[in-house]
Design a protein around this ligand. Structure first.
Ligand code: PLP
Length: 351
């Protein structure tokens, strides 16, 4: 098995270059969050609260759900892994769109579960085909909404059609890592769908909009408390550090959250600017609801990404397919746009 596992490709870091490769926020944690991190660091000789009980209670209160339906994890990527381990055995199948979050195939392979990948249609989830590919072996469906790396989102009617089509014994994981950046009112908030869909679990994270990627903390809110229990049971002991728990709690305080959501608005405005300018240059960028844009470049992908790197901008290429560019601070985005303008003739004229 060792030689066959697909590798996760983290965003590259190059000295002196700006990094728009990993969908991080350009902003450091708020000063009051840094203070809480520093205070929690003083307790590092102690193991953390294994059940993240204070954070679980705060999330339950924040979203108006019972605490027994909430599970905290070491990033939502860990919760994805725990979910696969909890619901699927060898020979079972996990269905997801492709291209989508590159962790899904790794998680499936590491867990010894088969991946069923369903091609995107015009960069968007093909929900009818996803439903059609469910078999007696399917245990879990991942729906990444908005989708990483394309930024595209599935609207309410399509999400509901999928939820109706999935058998009740198959779990649907709605991966909403980028939910806070969604502005299209037609894209449903997964939490509003929980009551009507007992097999649904929504995954969220503090890594993106809340700016805590380096601390590893995410959460799941399930319709069925048994799913949240299973997530707690499959957790690596003490996976979420006290520092991470305290930082997340600090982010959830109303004043802090308001400031963080104001930052999200700035990113969304920059996203619109990047989308508009890239389209005006001739790039075929699909509409995005996340903190990144997708530039489908096909065979030109690696050259284009190398051209950006020469100009000291690191983007995330997916060979043969396209480049994902994270929306950064305004000056960073200016540099990306300048690079894209210089590189446009090579790819646009060769189509
Ligand atoms: C970033 C991301 C996550 C969350 O990552 P963590 O840092 O592990 O919380 C989950 N799903 C998708 C699609 C992502 O892009």
């Amino acid at each position: 098995m060792l030689g066959t596992l697909p590798g996760y490709v983290p965003g590259r870091s190059v000295p002196g270059a700006i990094k728009l490769a990993s969908n991080e926020t350009p902003y450091p944690p708020l000063p009051h969050v840094v203070d809480r991190i520093a205070a929690a660091a003083g307790a590092a000789n102690r193991y953390p609260d294994n059940g993240s009980s204070e954070l679980t209670a705060a999330l339950a209160a924040r979203f108006g759900v019972p605490a027994d339906r909430v599970a905290v994890g070491c990033g939502s990527v860990a919760l994805c892994t725990q979910l696969v381990q909890a619901v699927a055995d060898a020979d079972d199948e996990v269905v997801y769109a492709w291209r989508s979050f590159e962790a899904y195939p790794i998680i499936a392979a590491v867990s010894g579960v088969s991946s069923v990948r369903v091609r995107l249609l015009e960069h968007v989830h093909d929900v009818d085909e996803i439903a059609a590919r469910i078999t007696g072996k399917t245990r879990l469906v991942f729906v990444c909404n908005p989708n990483n790396p394309t930024g595209t989102a599935v609207g309410r009617a399509a999400v509901l059609r999928l939820l109706r089509a999935v058998p009740p014994d198959v779990v649907v994981a709605l991966d909403e890592a980028y939910r806070e950046f969604v502005t299209d009112p037609d894209v449903p908030d997964g939490l509003t769908l929980l009551d009507a869909h007992p097999n649904l679990v929504v995954l969220r994270t503090f890594s993106k909009a809340y700016g805590l990627a380096g601390l590893r903390v995410g959460y799941a809110i399930a319709s069925d408390p048994a799913v949240a229990t299973a997530l707690r049971q499959t957790q690596v002991p003490f996976a979420v550090s006290t520092v991470a728990q305290q930082a997340a709690l600090a982010c959830l305080e109303p004043a802090a959250e308001a400031e963080l959501m104001a930052r999200v608005e700035t990113i969304v405005a920059e996203r619109t600017r990047m989308y508009d300018e890239l389209r005006a240059m001739g790039y075929d960028v699909p509409p995005t609801q996340a903190n990144f844009v997708w530039i489908p470049l096909g065979d030109a992908t690696l050259d284009w990404a190398a051209g950006c790197e020469e100009r000291k901008v690191i983007v995330r290429p997916f060979a043969g397919d396209g480049v994902r560019v994270t929306v950064g601070a305004a000056d960073e985005n200016d540099r990306l746009l300048a690079a894209a303008r210089e590189l446009a003739p090579t790819v646009i004229n060769s189509r």
